[in-house]
Structure formats: C-alpha cells, structure tokens
Design a protein around this ligand. Sequence first.
Ligand code: SAH
Ligand code: CA
Length: 213
Amino acid sequence: MHFISEALDEYVVAHSENEPDLLKALTRETYQKVLQPRMLSGHYQGRVLSMLSKIIAPKTILEIGTYTGYSALCLAEGMQKDGALHTIDINEELHDFQRKYFDASPYGDQMHQYTGDALEIIPTLDTKFDLVFIDADKPNYPAYFHAIIKKMHPKGVILSDNVLWSGKVIEPVHDRDISTRALLKYNSLLKKDPRVETVLLPIRDGLTISRVL
Ligand code: SAH
Ligand code: CA
C-alpha cells in the first residue's frame, strides 16, 4: 500500500541513494526462491535504515526478524569497524540464504545468526545494544519491547517496522486480527513509556524511532 502517490514515491526514490548491487541480487533471489518476498525491506526503506545506522554508528546491533538478510545488511553498513550485528529468525530454512549474502558483503564475520523464537533467544544474549530493529511477527511486538528495553545502552535506538500496518491502525479492528490489536497496543506503549522518546515516521508501512533515555 502506498501512503503517498506513486508518482511522488518514484520522485522520493529517485532522489535517494541508489540500491547497492549485492542487495539487488539478494532481492532477485528472494523473489525467485522464497515465500512472501514482499516482507523484504527493499530499496528505499533499506537506504533509510542504512542512513540511520550510519548516523547512530552502533557497536552492537540486534535485529528481530532476519528473513533473507536485506535489512541486516543495510543496518550493518553503519556499524563500527569492530561492531557486531546479531539477527534472529524462527525460520531455519533461511539460514544458508542469509549466510551466503552476509559472506558476500564486507561484514560476514560480524554477522551473527540465531535460529529460533526471538523471545527465547533474546534473554540468552549477553550483550547490550546501541541499535535494535524490530521486524518479526507483529503479535509479539510488545513482548519484544519488554525483552530488549533492559538490554539497551543509554541513548540507544529502537526502530520498529510496519507500525501503520497498511493503515489498519486507524480502521475498525476485527476480533481475530491479533496483529493489528498488538500494533495498536505497541504504538501506545512506545508513546507512554517514560524510558523512551518516540517519533512515528510514515515511511513505507510506518517506521518508529524510539530513543532510550
Ligand atoms: N527484516 C527483514 C524482513 C523480516 S520478515 C527485512 O526487512 O528484509 C519477518 C521475519 O520474522 C520472517 O522471516 C519470520 O520468519 C520471522 N519471525 C516470525 N516470528 C518470529 C519469532 N517468533 N522469532 C523470530 N523470528 C520470527
Ligand atoms: Ca518489515
């Protein structure tokens, strides 16, 4: 879904950084071989993630929801030379695909993959994070926030994706739509929690930036 006109969207992309060749190849192979390729961040959002990461210059990054590794590679572009990116996905079939592209990038050794339920893996990570990207299953967003907030460095940044959920957050919610319900709860939680400062940006499907105080 486009929140701005397609013509304006094209103009925005045309006046933003180009997509690196490795990410173009990753996108092509994702569309050929993997289910639900639209989950991948893509050119424009990828450049936004890369830019934010470069501004933050994190030493430690956590990603919840790797999929085929697109957003992980964008976030890695801004990580410090001796930094590490930890990324979790529940789908073990994606592991080798991710590794192939991580190793083709300059950051292969700094990319740490975890396979399993993020809520089980996060408590086992003995690291504090400068940057976290939340992009896995939407019903768990509030739980992800509670799991990571204790593991953030002061002034760390939490990015949350798909927070507008194709606009469903302002429509009447169906009883069984647990994703929309969770996102409504999550967006209020970020606004109210005194431990973070939050702005919701209407980028693509909604991207929230929360800065830990
Ligand atoms: N961040 C990626 C897209 C992620 S799509 C990008 O922008 O390119 C969401 C991913 O979350 C899927 O790959 C799915 O397998 C994963 N996921 C769903 N539930 C999960 C869970 N409980 N723990 C970890 N990963 C999960
Ligand atoms: Ca997403």
